[in-house]
Design a protein around this ligand. Structure first.
Ligand code: ADP
Ligand code: MG
Length: 503
């Protein structure tokens, strides 16, 4: 094969990278459209951005107490844990994790939910045998983190609207997922009650609010993991679809005047009014199990970024002879959809070595292109693409965050002409945000890139961007589910019993 012109290769990589540019103007347009779709979803059922009322009407303040089970189904892994809330913003957590067998993601609901119940059984037998010995009739209360769109009708009742993130189990659509899990738990004879249904975003919000220092409650919980989504604290008066005549709404506590809303922002702008849409995005969408939906998520989250990179590498191969020496066969990994994991982007972004040895290693490990056959220019070209895709993801992620800060009136007005009216920096309130997910946790500089884009939103600027305190809600889904199970159990007057305690 003819030697590749390395200058042309880099130039072509830079040209493709430019297709991933998401400018300040784009960010601002995105925020405007997000605000519009938020309003639509708060006012009406059946909107693309579903804006789901969660029946959670307050966020924790750190004094909550007790032992609760939590399970988390939402993406790549299934987790079972027990959480002991200490009542002083701290907790201890024991957990077990199982990868969800791929074939189960497209099976039937009995197969999936009995698998989940078996994991719960194994966990309580290992970690809570003493509880059932001491309190034979007492049920452990369980919070079920289920991170797919559900039509929630009570704190422990929610009907599945649609699957996302590669799941596709048709007979579960329209069913109450708490009941599906409870049935399988009962079939195993376990003294466990599914007390609360929790979206991972809500869990993240609750967990962050329980653990975060200071008096300010958390505004927003955001996930950047397998998928992306966020939940925030909204005024009840703005969720007008709940008070429309004929609205089919369950009981909830109206005293706080607020409710946590799960936005389902993964499906923001499915119509592509403002989202970027490169040929690499289009190819991915075509190959996905849900073409035309979750279009925002498909440009941001862990399930997809690796595939966008693969598509752009193919373009670079076709147009400028990438991996010329390696002689890629037609059935090679590079030609296999979904063969690149998003962790590759993080490793490549972190590789600042002269020889890009780590980048070559990652390409060998994931694409089976022998590292020895990759030239330094080729590695550099791959890094240019990976960076552009990661950067676009982080900048897109600023759109919902900015919009929610604006919509909830958290923005401080620009300094007034009369200096007395302007608040000093110390007086400015913190805007607290909890985040979770491998992309935000592990992609180098994700938060920094996201913040750059936040500053470009006129209403925010540097002044408001600085007020944002963002932190990973460690074990968010487990702790959050435990916190909501706690509220639900307390409302029903169920006592929390802790084995081995003399209290
Ligand atoms: P879940 O979404 O199941 O709660 P995670 O938050 O861990 O789980 O997200 C898993 C997703 O993150 C997968 O799509 C995976 O490809 C991606 N991922 C895993 N490791 C990394 C990493 N180091 N950097 C970026 N993405 C990663
Ligand atoms: Mg998660």
């Amino acid at each position: 094969m003819a030697p590749v012109d390395s200058k042309a290769l880099i130039a072509k990589a830079e040209a493709i990278a430019r297709e991933f540019e998401y400018t300040a103007e784009d960010v601002r347009k995105g925020v405007k459209e997000f605000l519009r779709e938020m309003d639509l979803g708060l006012q009406n059922d059946g909107q693309p951005m579903t804006m789901i009322p969660t029946y959670v009407t307050s966020v924790p303040n750190g004094t909550e107490k007790g032992v609760y089970l939590a399970v988390d189904l939402g993406g790549t892994n299934f987790r079972v844990c027990s959480v002991s809330l200490k009542g002083n913003s701290t907790f201890t957590l024991t957990q077990a994790k199982a990868a969800i067998p791929k074939e189960m993601m497209t099976s039937d609901s009995h197969t999936l939910f009995s698998f989940l119940a078996q994991q719960v059984k194994a966990f309580v037998e290992e970690h809570h045998a003493d509880h059932f010995e001491e309190f034979p009739d007492h049920h452990l209360q369980l919070g079920f983190t289920f991170s797919f769109p559900v039509d929630q009708r009570a704190v422990n009742k929610g009907y599945l609207i649609r699957w996302t993130k590669g799941f596709d189990i048709k007979d579960a659509i329209g069913k109450d997922v708490c009941e599906l899990l409870q049935k399988e738990i009962d079939a195993l004879g376990l003294p466990v009650t599914v007390a609360a249904l929790v979206n991972d975003t809500v869990g993240t919000l609750m967990a962050r609010s329980y653990t975060s220092p200071g008096k300010t409650g958390t505004l927003l919980g955001a996930i950047f993991g397998t998928g992306t989504n966020g939940a925030y604290v909204e005024k009840l008066s703005k969720i007008t679809k709940m008070t429309k005549p004929g609205a089919n709404i369950g009981e909830y506590d109206k005293s706080t005047g607020e409710m946590v809303v799960n936005t389902e922002w993964g499906s923001f702008d499915n119509e592509l009014r403002v989202l970027p849409n490169t040929p690499y995005d289009q190819e991915l969408d075509k190959m996905s199990v849900n073409p035309g939906i979750q279009m925002f998520e498909k440009r941001i989250s862990g399930m997809f970024l690796g595939e966008i990179l693969r598509n752009s590498l193919l373009a670079l191969k076709d147009s400028a002879g990438l991996f010329a020496k390696a002689d890629i066969a037609a059935d090679a990994f590079l030609h296999t959809p979904w063969s690149v994991d998003t962790s590759a982007l993080s490793f490549i972004e972190a590789d600042n070595s002269e020889d890009l040895a780590r980048t070559k290693q990652v390409l060998e490990a994931q694409l089976h292109v022998p590292a020895a056959d990759i030239s330094i220019e080729e590695a550099r070209a791959v890094k240019i693409l990976a960076h552009a895709i990661g950067r676009r993801s982080a900048r897109l992620s600023a759109v919902p965050i900015a919009a929610i800060i604006i919509a909830t009136g958290k923005v401080q007005p620009p300094p007034q002409p009369r200096p007395v009216a302007a608040k000093t920096d110390e007086e400015l309130e913190v805007i607290d945000i909890g985040v979770d997910g491998s992309v935000v946790e592990h992609y180098p500089g994700f938060e920094k890139l996201l913040r750059e884009a936040l500053r470009e939103v006129e209403e925010l600027g540097e002044k408001n961007e600085k007020r944002i305190r963002m932190g990973v809600a460690k074990d968010g889904s487990g702790v959050g589910a435990a916190l909501i199970a706690q509220v639900a159990a307390k409302m029903k007057g169920i006592e929390n019993k802790v084995a081995g305690s003399t209290a």
